[in-house]
Design a protein around this ligand. Structure first.
Ligand code: ZN
Length: 463
């Protein structure tokens, strides 16, 4: 029996897992690809993502991996490449965006488009958001291709334009016009990361984002009667508006948990010090008081956001002269809706809190579609847990909800569960995302590439 087993292993080793690639070579290549991508200026609003798309097309061509580009308007190019599997499972999609936000060059120590490697960090706009993920995904596609391993599903690479402006010319265009080219059982995207303890160098936890809130901005408009500033009228537009804003500021919408946030707080309650864990346990109990919710906000304001649809006033305007009551005043609300929120019901609840018919609520344009969280029951999520447990047994895996928005919204809205997974950060680091001297640490980047390799071996290599 034992003998038969070893004979089988000898006969079919290639089907079990891909042989480990030459990691030195893969790392060198992953680093060079990231540096090359940083050197291409794909900053918004111009984008010019065709620079990144043609670079990647050349690289895929050299590997003999079929690719295709998509250009809704000149220069705003997205690219798809596909490693064919045997079709026994549905494809997996590796998504990253090739555009970056603009830079204030004078505030940078490093050339934002230089890709300089210094002190164990790769500096440049896009290093952390999101060219590291694009380059890492490319490196793993290349390693899979070179290994010659049999895949039981297609591995699709998608480098999209225009994420930083909401995805209209990138992911939205792809989903609306070329869904068949990116259709997958599930996807990996930005939005997740590991956190490294600076004292021990070990990973403390890994955030895998499985949900995000949907931006739903609105304007509040009040019209009153203009008049002399010496006469206190009851319908003063500024007074009526500021009362409405104040009510929204003091009365948060009711809290609500979903599978992601429930698991998130549960796992935190098992791994954090007692005083903090008590707050998480109280949040998970039925009907937590507002006081408990405030304790959660004390720990981290974003935890207060992920348990509710948040309504945050960001702009207030009205008046032009100190002795004139203006005829109108206006405020802008940055509303971030929980997944599954019905906008009509949400605006009714907001109107209920304002409780004043003189305040008009005008919803603004929506750039990210409503969608549901990615489930924790997929083969891909199980692979995250397994790979992290194997490589970093001390780390806690935390399915998490982002307060901000990513291209995962568009994928999830068409039924492709999308998971955020990315390179690690040292706790307390400001890695300059959207700011100055953005960087990615080299070692966590390499570790990300190795983990991505392990994950794809679990979910896409024929076994
Ligand atoms: Zn990004």
């Amino acid at each position: 029996m034992k003998r038969l087993f070893s004979t089988l292993v000898l006969l079919f080793p290639v089907f079990c897992h891909a042989a480990q690639p030459d990691w030195q070579q893969v790392e060198k290549d992953a680093l060079q690809t990231l540096v090359d991508l940083i050197r291409l200026d794909t900053s918004q609003p111009a984008g010019n993502e065709h620079l990144a798309a043609s670079y990647l097309a050349r690289r895929f061509e050299a590997l003999d991996i079929p690719w295709k580009v998509y250009e809704p308007v000149p220069g705003r190019t997205s690219i798809v490449a596909r490693l064919k599997g045997n079709g026994s499972k549905r494809p997996i999609l590796l998504l990253g965006h090739t555009d970056v936000v603009t830079v204030e060059r004078e505030n940078w120590t490093f050339d934002p488009f230089g890709g300089e490697v210094s002190d164990g960090k790769i500096f440049g706009r896009g290093a952390a958001d999101d060219k590291g993920i694009v380059a890492g995904s490319f490196a793993v596609m290349a390693a899979l291709k070179k290994s010659g391993v049999v895949l039981d599903r297609d591995v699709i690479f998608l480098g999209v334009a225009d994420e930083e402006a909401g995805g209209t010319l990138g992911i939205t265009y792809m989903v609306e016009n070329h869904l068949q080219d990116i259709q997958a059982e599930f996807a990996l995207n930005e939005g997740g990361r590991g956190y490294i303890d600076p004292a021990t160098g070990q990973y403390v936890n890994f955030y895998i984002s499985t949900a995000e809130k949907t931006p739903r901005r609105a304007r509040l408009v009040v019209h009153g009667v203009a008049g002399h500033g010496s006469v206190p009228t009851r319908d003063n537009a500024i007074g009526v508006l500021s009362t409405a804003v104040s009510r929204l500021f003091h009365t948060p919408l009711p809290m609500e948990l979903n599978e992601t946030t429930r698991t998130f707080f549960h796992r935190l309650s098992l791994s954090r010090p007692k005083a903090e864990a008590d707050v998480y346990r109280a949040i998970l109990a039925p009907n937590p008081s507002l006081e408990v919710q405030e304790q959660l906000r004390d720990i981290n304001p974003s935890y207060f956001s992920i348990i509710r649809t948040s309504v945050v006033p960001t702009i207030i305007e009205g008046g032009y002269q100190r002795n004139v009551i203006p005829s109108a005043a206006e405020a802008t609300l940055d509303i971030r809706a929980l997944p599954g929120t019905d906008p009509e019901v949400m605006f009714e609840a907001i109107a209920g809190i304002i409780n004043d018919p003189r305040v008009e609520i005008l919803p603004m344009k929506v750039t990210r579609p409503a969608h549901l969280p990615a489930p924790l029951s997929t083969e891909l999520f199980a692979a995250f847990e397994e790979v992290i447990r194997n490589r970093h047994p001390e780390a806690v895996v935390l399915p998490s909800m982002l307060t901000g928005a990513t291209d995962s919204a568009q994928l999830r809205s068409v039924g492709i569960p999308s998971y955020g997974f990315g390179p690690g950060l040292v706790m307390g680091d400001d890695n300059g995302v959207h700011g100055n001297d953005e960087y990615l640490r080299v070692e966590p980047y390499y570790e990300y590439v190795r983990m991505l390799w392990d994950i794809l071996n679990r979910v896409a290599v024929a076994g």
